[in-house]
Design a protein around this ligand. Structure first.
Ligand code: HEM
Length: 401
């Protein structure tokens, strides 16, 4: 990557995302952009040029500035990574009061208390899955048998999907169908089916604790969200809830590449909490910068002026490796004393799933390490990577034990 001067806006943009192949160590372009101390001018696959924020201060400032807005960034003419736009009512496409109202509506289901309530269930589910996995023939793919079903079980608990229901009211399956139908003629039909499922569930009684029950209770007293808004939030939560399924295999890979760290966790289990934070800082889940923001007024982003109407991508994956904030940032250090990483974002859209994710990450990795002390990468079947422009994640993780 090199950027040349141009007369109109100072710099010639570079093509973005940088990544050709997916891998855990970030492309050098991020370090170079950080070292320059400037926002980088980039050309996105759709809609033209934007700025890329890569230092910790720049990224934090973009995520927390009240006039860097998601709504304006989610418009047809705005530069972006993907062709598809979010629905205008999606939690990640709203700003200000409307956004705050939605966050309040889901706050109970995402609280630290709820996450603590779900933890024992996750532990039991991890053990059940491992019983089956460790009885299989070796090598076997850890993702399909362990990390994916466990991550999916966590989301089902959080939304309070009633167990044993039929396919029509399985909202996780309905969201998956809608994602698969995106930008095809059957998309509207898949959206209607999801909306019907959410409508039926939020009208029914006797739901288990969780998001669906919270939505049904406020609906019953007339203060709730509309069915369409409830559908949008359930969609966003189920989709966001897939992030641990992308994160966990990378975390297993990183641990297996650092056997000394596994040993330290066995000898000093009190390190687990810090280990989870450090893995969150160290492992990039996004392929590129996070969801773009557009300035509604001229905004100062850590000393760089962004004009009204310009779009900035906050690259949390690069900010988490900023040496100014994290000394020896490229080292995995489970004893790091300060770790204000941005893996869950910052500001109004900060990930509500953080408390549950922290429990899920610890429980799943800890159970795996305890139960499979000789776990290693399969010698004859290398791990493979996802393709696509959003996540930087493994597609398979064959292991032996
Ligand atoms: C390893 C685990 C996870 C990571 C690294 C992660 C990361 C993030 C990040 C960076 C954002 C902010 C995006 C932005 O501001 O542009 C976010 C938002 C969000 N996440 Fe997560 N997430 C994780 C797990 C979860 C889980 C388990 C759920 C749900 C069960 C979830 C649901 C959401 C939702 C609904 C939003 C949108 C919040 C809003 O717009 O106000 N996430 N996540």
């Amino acid at each position: 990557m090199s950027q040349h001067t141009d007369t109109s806006r100072g710099l010639c943009p570079v093509a973005y995302p940088f990544a050709g192949e997916h891998r855990l160590d970030l492309e050098d372009d991020y370090a170079r952009a950080r070292a320059s101390g400037r926002l980088l001018r980039v050309t996105l696959p759709v809609g033209g040029d934007a700025w890329l924020a890569t230092t910790y201060d720049q990224v934090r400032s973009v995520l927390t500035h009240p006039r860097m807005e998601r709504g304006l960034a989610n418009q047809p003419a705005t530069p972006r990574l993907e062709t598809a736009l979010m629905t205008q009512q999606s939690v990640l496409a709203l700003d200000g009061h409307e956004h705050a109202r939605l966050r309040r509506a889901i706050a109970g289901a995402f609280s630290p208390r709820t996450a603590r309530r779900i933890r024992p269930y996750l532990k039991a589910e991890a053990d059940r899955l491992l019983d089956r996995f460790l009885a299989r023939q070796q090598p076997a793919d850890l993702m399909t048998a362990y990390t994916e079903p466990l991550a999916s079980a966590a989301v089902r608990q959080l939304i309070g999907q009633p167990p044993g229901g039929n396919e029509d009211t399985d909202v996780v399956a309905r969201v998956t169908a809608l994602v698969q139908a995106r930008e095809t003629p059957t998309e509207a039909e898949a959206r209607d089916q999801l909306e019907e499922a959410v409508d039926r569930l939020t009208r029914s009684r006797g739901l288990p604790p969780g998001l669906l029950r919270d939505l049904s209770l406020t609906r019953a007293i007339g203060t709730g969200l509309s069915t369409s808004q409830s559908t949008d939030i359930v969609f966003a939560v189920v989709l966001g809830g897939r992030t641990p399924a992308f994160f966990l295999p990378s975390a297993v890979l990183v641990l297996l590449q650092h056997p000394g760290h596994i040993k330290a966790l066995r000898q000093h289990p009190h390190l687990w909490q810090k280990a989870v934070e450090e893995l969150l800082r160290f492992i990039p889940v996004g392929l590129s910068g996070g969801f773009p923001r557009t300035a509604t007024i001229p905004v100062d982003v850590a000393g760089h002026s962004v004009e009204a109407g310009e779009t900035v991508l906050p690259a949390m994956i690069a900010a988490n490796l900023d040496e100014h904030e994290f000394p020896r940032a490229s080292e995995l250090d489970f004893t790091r004393s300060q770790n204000p990483h941005l893996a869950f974002g910052a500001g109004p859209h900060r990930c509500p799933g953080a408390p549950l994710s922290r429990h899920l990450i610890e429980v799943s990795l800890r159970s795996l390490i305890d139960r499979a002390p000789a776990l290693r990468l399969a010698t004859l079947a290398p791990a493979t990577w996802h393709t696509g422009r959003i996540v930087r994640a493994l597609a398979t993780l064959p292991v032996e034990w």
